[in-house]
Design a binder for this molecule. Structure first.
Ligand code: GDP
Length: 447
């Protein structure tokens, strides 16, 4: 997602940053390129215009051009405008509004195939697991065959209750029954998965209005497929004004959408993007965070996501053990192995490279040299073929032992050597960190 846009903008800004002084002409030229990049990313024209005008005004109107780092300042202005474009004034993520008297009704609307049913289950699962809520889900989709059954199956996977299906019952009646059932079960949140159509039509809108009429939802979330770009924007436009939308969910953000939908949605609907779907599995949903997304687009990396992911996958004791060893200047192959495993759990090299600042190029280089997640598996196999003694004291590994390890792990001696070299470099780096004052030093490295 955003790869192309990110590359294009990266080129524009590299040029700007590379200069000591900027003229108004330089800024205007750069903005022309930004404009093209945004249009190619399928951002809708009025949004692009507004964006470019705002950035140009700010960059030229203030003392930016006279500052010591004009290029950097322009990038900051672009960043701030991107955040505003993605998410309103404060740029903070907006979650579900659950303040109303329970059961709070969350109504999901959108076209068929947008990911509505999956998203309903993802949200319900998230409410149950992360917020300790008791959700109930009901499918009001009587058009698509087996839609209600699909939600029931997802409900089982998400361990969330679904309303029992009564064949032949119509959407508004199902909604009424769902409300009643949610009250009886003391559910906190009732998620209503409504029917989609292939296109927006009057019958669909009438049905949505009728359902909203009987269920008075606190949230009406429009689910749109980010891969459909400008179409997603048109769909959003058709829904806006017909049903009282409170937010948008963008699905398939894991695909290679050009980004236009994400960047136009706020302006077109006037409503925040609340969540992003990032895969088919039920845990593949994230709160949409405008600041982070802007950072990702500008290639500044998504360090916050990375840190969060690390916190989720890395066990606290492991981290502590490693920190202690690092403090003592020890870092053996067992530790390296643990790190490799964590990298795998965090989604592999590609995922990490995509999130780290300045790693886009490294990622491309890695792909070119054939360095991929298989390497992690190989490294693990190599360490696994060593004895416990060798792992603690790699210096023991002479030529004969290396041969044995290579044979045992199905690799070559040169692979074993590569791994040992990497370990050496890592432990050297860690010793340096220790010299610089431990973890505080680590902060200094990145700061
Ligand atoms: P509905 O017709 O709107 O209810 O759409 P579904 O929920 O049935 O989803 C259609 C397809 O899209 C299913 O195969 C889902 O697994 C898939 N899907 C939904 N959300 C995402 C997402 O965020 N990423 C990816 N890769 N696939 C998704």
């Amino acid at each position: 997602m955003f790869d192309n846009l990110s590359d294009r903008l990266g080129n524009v800004f590299d040029k700007l940053r590379g200069r000591g002084a900027l003229s108004e002409q330089d800024v205007r030229e750069a903005m022309r390129e930004v404009r093209i990049a945004l249009l190619e990313a399928d951002v809708s024209l009025p949004v692009v215009r507004r964006f470019v005008d705002a950035v140009t005004d700010k960059a030229i109107g203030q003392d930016v051009l006279k500052s010591v780092t004009p290029g950097q300042q322009v990038v900051k202005i672009v960043n701030d405008e991107l955040v505003a474009m993605l998410g309103g004034a404060d740029g903070e993520p907006e979650g579900l509004n659950l303040a109303a008297k329970p059961p709070v009704v969350v109504m999901m609307v959108g076209l068929q195939g947008s990911g509505k049913t999956t998203t309903t289950a993802k949200l319900a699962r998230m409410l149950r697991m992360k917020q300790g809520k008791k959700p109930l889900m009901a499918s009001l989709d009587v058009n698509r065959p087996a839609a209600q059954e699909q939600l029931a199956v997802l409900g089982q996977q998400a361990e969330v209750a679904t309303l029992p299906i009564i064949a032949g019952q119509q959407p508004v009646d199902i909604a009424r029954r769902a409300m009643e059932s949610a009250r009886l079960q003391n559910a906190d949140v009732l998620l209503l998965d409504t029917a989609g159509r292939l296109h927006v039509d009057e019958a669909l809108m009438a049905e949505m209005k009728a359902i909203a009429g009987v269920s008075t939802p606190t949230e009406v979330l429009l689910v749109v497929d980010s891969l459909t770009g400008q179409d997603a924007v048109n769909v959003a436009q058709s829904f806006t004004g017909e049903v009282p939308l409170t937010g948008v969910v963008l699905t398939r953000m894991d695909g290679d959408a050009r980004g236009g939908a994400a960047l136009s949605m706020r302006h077109v609907t006037g409503k925040p993007i609340k969540f992003a779907g990032t895969g088919e599995k039920l845990d593949a949903i994230e709160a949409f965070d405008p600041k982070r997304v802007a950072g990702r687009i500008l290639g500044m990396g998504d360090v916050v996501s990375l840190v969060e992911r690390a916190a989720e996958t890395v066990k606290a004791e492991d981290a502590e053990r490693l920190a202690k060893k690092m403090a003592k200047g020890q870092f053996d192959l067992d530790d390296l192995r643990m790190q490799l495993k964590q990298m795998q759990q965090m989604g592999g090299l590609g995922m990490l490279a995509g999130m780290l600042p300045g790693m886009k190029k490294a990622k491309a280089a890695m792909a070119q040299s054939g360095m991929d997640d298989k390497v992690l598996v190989h490294m693990d196999a190599i360490i696994g073929s060593m004895t416990a003694k060798e792992r603690r004291n790699p210096a023991l590994l002479n030529a004969k032992r290396k041969k044995r390890v290579a044979a045992g792990s199905g690799t070559q001696v040169q692979d074993v050597n590569k791994l040992l070299k990497m370990h050496q470099e890592m432990s050297r780096a860690m010793k340096q960190i220790k010299k610089m004052g431990g973890l505080k030093g680590l902060g200094a490295l990145f700061g």
